[in-house]
Design a protein around this ligand. Structure first.
Ligand SMILES: Cc1cc2nc3c(=O)[nH]c(=O)nc-3n(C[C@H](O)[C@H](O)[C@H](O)COP(=O)(O)OP(=O)(O)OC[C@H]3O[C@@H](n4cnc5c(N)ncnc54)[C@H](O)[C@@H]3O)c2cc1C
Length: 354
């Protein structure tokens, strides 16, 4: 293979591009990754929490039994290889809202569907002087958070060390698509995969896909004496360092301009007041945009007409838990022809491609 010919060009090095790049390097593919970290709207803002039981109704998250064992093994192996720590296994504490919820979870705790993820249940207030947890709460396990900036930095260094990284905006207009390969500014590649987050909605080849991005805002606060575990009820409180905690996040899908707002801050302050009793000081306010989809399932696959073009996007609010397993599943499809899970395969939107 000539010097300027690659197996894969990967556009974007957020959670999607980083996990995909790692999987491709594991099977010795020659890759080139383009990224503009300053334009990252999602991975660099995210709290990085992975949580098997989510949503207002507290249900087991999609594919949890596959995703959660895989993510631990995936991130831990990269930690080992890089001698860097970024995966933090942490209990999540969810105070119950009322006796009904308490009863419901007492019942569910023996259900094999949930029992693996439940560490314990408290029927009495545990942290009553700090949190509104009059009915006790649920402690989840197999949960925690990924320090995303450190993880992205490790992958970037690995790519740089082998000359596989370009800190450069990839101009789609300059892309030439041929039957068997793509060409771009003198570089050739057998395939190109867009892992470009919210930017992906503007890529002509995939603009038919129904994105539904969701903006999110976060606060950083200083306060004292919160337990080490993640507390989550309406908002999450995640220990960052010293006395600093992240509090988030909002979900906004109409006003999608990136930037912090008073409305976002007020929402978080209000929800925090319902959960947390102690005094705190706001030290920072952040915002980002989740690359989400209308049917809440990721966009994975190859373009139906241009088989040299792929996409790995739409990770929504769960990039940390989805990206490891999905990137492995995708590479199995790309390299070994295994079938893609129909729920994530972009073929489901073939009828939108004119
Ligand atoms: C406030 C907030 C809180 C969140 N909290 C969590 C959480 O706790 N847990 C969780 O799992 N997820 C969380 N998320 C969601 C998570 O951030 C996403 O699921 C995930 O990071 C998306 O990763 P991505 O790689 O698809 O996109 P991105 O992180 O957006 O990465 C895309 C990259 O592609 C680059 N790019 C785009 N176009 C080009 C181009 N033409 N040329 C070169 N580079 C390009 C961009 O610069 C960017 O770096 C949160 C998101 C927000 C906004």
């Amino acid at each position: 293979m000539s010097e300027d010919c690659y197996d894969y060009i990967v556009v974007g090095q957020g959670m999607a591009g980083s996990c995909l790049a790692h999987q491709l390097l594991e099977i010795n593919k020659k890759i080139l990754v383009y990224d503009v970290p300053e334009n990252n709207f999602s991975s660099t803002v995210a709290a990085g929490i992975y949580n098997p039981i989510t949503g207002r109704n507290l249900v087991k998250t999609w594919m949890a039994d596959e995703l959660f064992p895989y993510l631990t093994q995936f991130y831990s192996s990269i930690e080992k290889e890089s001698n860097t720590r970024f995966l933090n296994d942490k209990t999540i504490y969810r105070p119950f809202l009322n006796p009904e919820e308490q009863n419901d979870w007492m019942g569910r705790s023996s259900d094999p569907l949930f029992s693996d993820y439940i560490k314990k249940i408290d029927l009495q207030p545990k942290e009553g002087n700090k949190f509104n947890d009059a009915y006790g709460g649920l402690y989840l396990q197999k949960s925690g958070y990924l320090n995303i900036p450190i993880f992205l930095g490790v992958i970037q260094s690995k790519l740089q060390a082998i000359g596989a990284y370009k800190r450069e905006f990839f101009e789609v207009e300059a892309l030439e698509i041929k039957e068997e390969e793509v060409a771009y500014k003198g570089i050739r590649s057998k395939k190109l995969v867009f892992c470009d987050g919210v930017g992906g909605a503007k890529v002509p080849y995939f603009e038919h896909l129904p994105y539904k991005h969701v903006k999110g805002e976060l606060l950083e606060i200083e306060t004292e004496g919160i337990p080490e575990y993640i507390v989550n009820r309406g908002v999450f409180m995640l220990h960052k360092e010293n006395n600093t905690y992240k509090v988030g996040a909002t979900y906004e899908n109409t006003e999608l301009h990136n930037g912090i707002t008073e409305k976002g801050k007020n929402q978080l302050v209000k929800k925090l007041a319902e959960l947390y009793k102690n005094k705190y000081r706001i030290t920072n306010h952040l915002s980002g945009i989740r690359p989400a989809t209308k049917d809440r399932k990721p966009f994975v696959g190859l373009h139906p007409k241009h088989k040299v073009l792929g996409i790995f996007n739409g990770l929504g609010a769960k990039g940390v838990s989805l990206a490891p397993w999905l990137s492995s599943h995708y590479v199995q499809h790309l390299e070994f022809g295994s079938k893609l899970n129909r729920e994530i395969d972009i073929i489901r939107y073939l009828n939108l491609l004119i």
